[in-house]
Design a protein around this ligand. Sequence first.
Ligand code: F0G
Length: 458
Amino acid sequence: MKLPYAEPYKIKMVESIKRSTPQQRKQWIKEAHYNLFNLSSDKVYIDLLTDSGTGAMSDKQWGALMEGDESYAGSQSFLKLKETVQKITGFKYFLPTHQGRAAENVLFSVLVKEGDIVPGNSHFDTTKGHIEFRKATAVDCTIDEAFDTENMHPFKGNVDLKKLQKVFDENPVEKIPFVIITITNNSSGGQPVSMENVKAVSKICKKYKVPLLFDSARFAENAYFVKMREKGYQKKTIKEIAKKMFSYGDGMTMSSKKDGLVNMGGFIALNDEEIFKKATVFNIMYEGFITYGGMSGRDMAALAVGLDEATEFDYLESRIKQVTYLGNKLIEYNVPVQHPIGGHAIFIDANKFVPTIPRDEYRAQALAIELYIVGGIRGVEIGTVLADRDPFTRKNRYPELELVRLAIPRRTYTHNHMEYIAAVLKNIYDSRAEAKSGYRIIDEAPIMRHFTVKFEKI
Ligand code: F0G
């Protein structure tokens, strides 16, 4: 008999999670005005709201916490982390920050000016927010294949080189402070970017002398996909692949809450001394002194270990295999999902799942609520609610895709949890014809409404 795959770790500590009944959850979600962000975590059984800061640390990371050096200046934990970041990324300069968006805030304070254009592949919400807040524009150059959930392109996070070239053709180069590639591409479904694509983008950037940055939140997962899917990388280690990818760029921002395997933290790494010097000033103003940048010494110590663990093949294999396992189960049950299965999450296609619910009744939100009521599972809507209203017409913006994201925390849930999630979705899918109506908004903020919006059932 062929042996099944099994995880390369065992469990040393457990955290209880509370079960509840559909009747209880029906009441709780009503009290939460049908907004999943309003639920207290004890009312959630399996929490797939995000994979950010929700993972489990290893025994070695917990051990490192005890050795954290809390010195304000010159912390040994900072030095250790700096050495690890330099070893893994190859970048010369390093600044810690308290999380990923803080790294964006510090670096973009140096680089982005009013009227600038920043091309990239589906900039993450906070990345776009930090660009638009400075009255600049983020231009999405992701390949079209990413927007067709059934397309099997192995690198659906890739930048469309023609779209990128068009941005350079149509704008003065002084208006383009940098190009940013997000690895993996979160917004398109945790889809990877190929080394070949990064190389080609880097060539265009070099031609115009424009820096290339990486939003590296899930860079290790990206390296895993390169190893498994791209010709010529099978024999390379994850660390070799990651370093090679970074070698095509000039700097990076990082949310350590993902592939840093910690609950809080971020950083900037760069090669340019001038930009580093300028960023240092903003870091001191916004984050903290340059040898802690908003992080505790103990957290920097755990992050140094986490970065090393996250770039080991065995860990990544168990991580991606768990997400793929859930994805394949859903495919077996005919549940429509984004193909191929990405690195950190499953994206359910609500347009295909519940076309019977009118779009202006927020079908992806309705599906996320049903998933909570039936199974106590909390996902997140990535559709019309998140897309907000047009700032001028105040009409709803209907994005191409209506998705429910199920983000899988790292090393946190078991195989049985995946079976449970798949079974809940199968049951909902089998009774989908009964779903005829959705929700109506009764209160919303002028921007970023999805965190606080209130609904009522139609
Ligand atoms: N870049 C990417 C690609 C992200 O996914 C995130 C966060 C950030 C930057 C910002 O980092 O949260 O540390 O400030 N993504 C989380 C998510 C929130 O749920 O996908 P942060």
